[in-house]
Design a binder for this molecule. Sequence first.
Ligand code: GLA
Length: 405
Amino acid sequence: MKIHTKLLWSVLFLLVLYPLQAQKIQGLAKTPPMGWNSWNKFACDVSEIMIREEADAMAASGLKEAGYQYIVIDDCWQVTRDSLGFIVPDPQRFPSGIKALADYVHSKGLKFGIYSCAGDKTCAGRPAGRGHEYQDALMYAKWGVDYLKYDWCNTGKMNAEEAYSTMRDALFAAGRPIVFSLCEWGNNKPWLWGAAVGHLWRTTGDIYNCFDCKKNNGNWFANGVLQILDMQNGLRKFAGPDHWNDPDMLEVGNGMPANEDRAHFTMWCILAAPLIAGNDLRNMSPETKAILTNKEAIAINQDTLGIQGFKFVSKDSVETWMKPLCGGKWAVCVLNRSKSYRSVDLDWKFMSVTDSLSQREFNTSKEIFKIKDIWQNKEGGDTRKPLKAVIPAHDVLCLKLYRKE
Ligand code: GLA
């Protein structure tokens, strides 16, 4: 009798409780998330007026049409906790409350994201999530939050995988589909455990609005575009649909010249990186807008296979990157890292490669591809003839190769 009761309980557990075990909510980021975040441009200077205007601009400027959907407030929206431990938004800067702001963003056909941190305080010293995970997750769900960026400041000896898993479980318990963005800077190799916990994980410390430099911030360095690009080495095998490497948000439109912005954006597309704009969408130059909304570049990033690109060859400060795309297509992008122009000669017959990760072969003696230059928006030629081009300093040539019908 006793054995029967035990068995019954075990069966009940397996049938009823096990499927309810907390897990990441699947399928929220089948392609890299696209959106906007306040931090790179505004840091702590956030308010509901500004966030509403950014949502308006995303909807009106063509960014929404190009695929951007998340409007994310980063640090500094929160000031304290009330006597029951509930998080309190800054009453001066967010007088209507976060729910009203989320509703507004939703009314524009966009999604709403927010920021917190696994430690005792956020990086800007605001109240953070530690010990309040379930309470905060319920509040976010009630407000209509669709995306949570979760930082790693003031975490002392906390274990990163455990801390992020606690928040994942809290989000699961809250029951709302919320994209979970792990902002742990790569310190504890989140690519090894992040896929079961969140939808994307930062691979490095913060980006800095510079193409090729490092900025000393005292006890940490911020990294320029090339520095971050180099830190992605070896990580591509960990990324894929619903679990992306995140080399940090975009600096396009924040002061680099158009060629550097274009190269930065192109490389983030090749890396299948989340495309989170970090500029002021209310005041974009035509160049910035053209870069952020380039359909072909975005299609490379959002390709449904979700295979991160790889460096095929590097010579004389020129790197050739390739990304397998759906329908037998390939992206081939050539980055000039140097401070002077470079003449390149892409002789396709010497560019055969089999990508062991995707099991895709690129071999132009077996298959001829047509070529489209995605920044010139020009189709022409095919892989039977070498392609010669001059690439200006800190710029790219980016090609889509597609099958000849
Ligand atoms: C960290 C993160 C940044 C930003 C700030 C906010 O530095 O890496 O992206 O969220 O905190 O304080």
